[in-house]
Write a protein that binds this ligand. Sequence first.
Ligand SMILES: [Zn+2]
Length: 223
Amino acid sequence: MNLKHWCKLFLVYFCFSGILSADVGFVIRKVPTAKKLVALTIDDGPSMKYTPQILEVLAQKEATATFFLIAKNVETYPELAQSITANNHSLGNHGYEHRHLQKFSHKKLLKSIAKSQVVFYDAVGFLPKYFRPPFGKLTDAQLNVFNYHFQHIVRWSIDPRDWDKKKSNRAIIKHVKKELKPGSVIVLHENKRLIKLLPKLIKAINKKGYRCVSLDELLAERT
Ligand SMILES: [Zn+2]
């Protein structure tokens, strides 16, 4: 066997062992799975205006999702956070308030994490294991702090920019359909447009043979 063959063999072994030992790590962008499952993640709730309607759509479409909630809103509407968990959706912490955490000092960050986690504990009886930073950004040093308090920081693999008012619902659905892969994590926001967009989006995802599941379910199916 010459060097070329060894290189090939090593490459095959390297790729294969990579697949076998694939793990999601602390920061999740997508989940390695062979099944046609995806996670819809919905940020910035809960609100009386939209959360009950979103839950209704998900129930109608037999889909589960993951809600990244702002603790201050949970403080105001603990019953909405309870409805989310009671309906088998996953729940994550999206900060006490929707602030840029990168500007927080170490002390301020710790206090904010503790304050928000207590709010969730009081509302739903457990400490969220997922965290998604507002605006999606953290410094490397902050990432270590979060590693101490959460199982995963959840980012996303598909951002259809649903907050962009210039983008039509049709364009958003097209974007998601094009990027869809087993284990995709899709970021959406709790807002007026989502009520109309969500049933159409789930329908389009189902039509491609994919099912929308909570992050808990998706992680349970990782390979
Ligand atoms: Zn947000």
